[in-house]
Design a protein around this ligand. Sequence first.
Ligand code: AMP
Length: 192
Amino acid sequence: MTVTRLLIIGPPGAGKGTQATRIAEHYGIPAISTGDIFRANIKGQTELGKQVQAIIESGELVPDSLTNEIVRDRLNQDDAVSGYLLDGYPRNVEQVQALEEMVQGDSLNAVLLLEADTDEVVARLLKRAELEGRADDTEEVIRHRQDVYAEQTLPLVELFEERGILVRVNGLGEIDEVAQRISDGLTAKLGR
Ligand code: AMP
C-alpha cells in the first residue's frame, strides 16, 4: 500500500481548506484540519469546545498540549493508515516536534506551501466575514491571525525546505487554476 503523508501550510484565508479537500480526494487520504475539529466542538458545545472557544475567537493559538492530543487521537483512527493531509497542524516548532514523536519516523512526504499576499488574504477574509458572520473574523482578529502565522508558523517553512520536502505554490487565482498548480507541484515532488 502506498502511504501518503502531506501537510498544507499557508496564511489564514489562502484557501487551504478548499484545496485540501481536493488533494485528499486525489490521494485517497483523509484531510485532517485542527481548525475544523475545534469549530465542530464549539458548535456541538462539547467540553473541548468550551475550553477553546474564547482562544479561537481571539485569534490566538490553542495550547500545544491540547492540540497535540487531538491530533494524536485522530491519527490513531483507522482511515489514517493510508496516510493523511494535515491542514493547520503543525503550526509552530513545538508541534512539529510533537508530531515527529507521534509518528515515530513516518515523516511527511511533502509540505505544500500555499503562498498569498497578506493584504489579499485579509481582503478575502473580510469579505467572507461579511457573508458568513464568522465570530473570529473581525478585522482586528483577522490581522492578529496573520501576525500569529508570520511569527509562529512561517518559520517552519525554512525547516521543511532544508529537508527537501517543500512544494511552493502561488495561491492567488481561480480555485481550479490553483488546484492545477498544486497537482503539478505535488506530482513532481512525489512522483505520483
Ligand atoms: P484554522 O481554521 O486552521 O485557521 O484554525 C482556526 C483557529 O483554530 C486558529 O486561529 C487557532 O486558534 C485554532 N487552531 C487551529 N489549528 C491549531 C493548531 N495547530 N494549534 C493551535 N491552535 C490551532
